[in-house]
Design a protein around this ligand. Structure first.
Ligand code: PRP
Length: 216
């Protein structure tokens, strides 16, 4: 039997995913050792491998087949636009992709003005402004702490993830428009989905049942 390899986005999503996998009997004890610098973990009994990577790299590993299965936020799936199958909404990691800024910037979104938009998600921002709002904007790519954009005068608004809203509030910004809801998703390599159909479908079915139980 070949190994099935999982790529998990580092951080909270990976921790939640491992909890969920444990509920269906998939464990990886090696991974729980926080002091370890190992990058890849193996469950020999189940012939499974796991590795952690930066979120935006997860769809890349899955598209190229370096991982059969990935778990990552739908924000990253939309931004990376890789050829993978999105097979399951895991329901956790819920947040929203929004246009945010100071309250007075709301006006700038209503008259098709040429504005500056800072974002870690230039593709999502471009798609929203160009294809949905038909507003020509200047998109500036940032790599984090995007809320700084309007505060320091780099941009008029930002396109970013809002979870609790506290980062915005503490920085005098607010949600001006909502683009879409987001959550953690499971993605599968297109070839693996055919070659390993039985094993993957079994895992998906068990996960769906575990998620149903969580809802009850
Ligand atoms: C994300 C996002 C916001 C914040 C939203 O940033 O970019 O800054 O979380 O969460 P909240 O609504 O609960 O305050 P992250 O912590 O991933 O770091 P980053 O700014 O470096 O991207």
């Amino acid at each position: 039997m070949e190994y099935l390899t999982f790529a998990l986005a580092k951080g909270r999503l990976a921790a939640k995913t491992l909890e969920l996998l444990e509920q269906i009997g998939i464990t990886c004890e090696e991974m729980k050792d926080k002091s370890s610098r190992k990058l890849i973990f193996v469950n020999e009994e189940l012939k499974l491998k796991f590795f952690l990577s930066k979120g935006p790299d997860v769809p890349t590993y899955v598209e190229y087949g370096a991982a059969d299965i990935g778990v990552v936020g739908s924000d990253t799936i939309l931004e990376e636009n890789r050829r993978v199958y999105e097979v399951l909404d895991l329901g956790f990691g819920k947040c929203r992709m929004c246009v945010c800024g100071p309250a007075f910037a709301k006006e700038l979104l209503q008259h098709h003005e040429m504005i500056r938009v800072a974002s870690k998600y230039p593709k999502i921002a471009k798609d929203y402004f160009y294809n949905q709002k038909h507003q020509t904007v200047d998109i500036i790519k940032l790599n984090g702490s995007v809320e700084l954009g309007p505060i320091v005068g780099l941009s008029d608004v930002i396109v970013d993830i809002v979870e609790t809203g506290s980062t915005l509030k503490e920085n005098g910004l607010e949600v001006l428009e909502e683009i879409c809801p987001l959550s953690a998703r499971m993605i599968v390599n297109q070839v693996s989905m055919k070659m390993e159909a039985e094993r993957i479908k079994k895992i998906l079915q068990a996960l769906k049942e575990a998620l149903k139980k969580c809802e009850l």
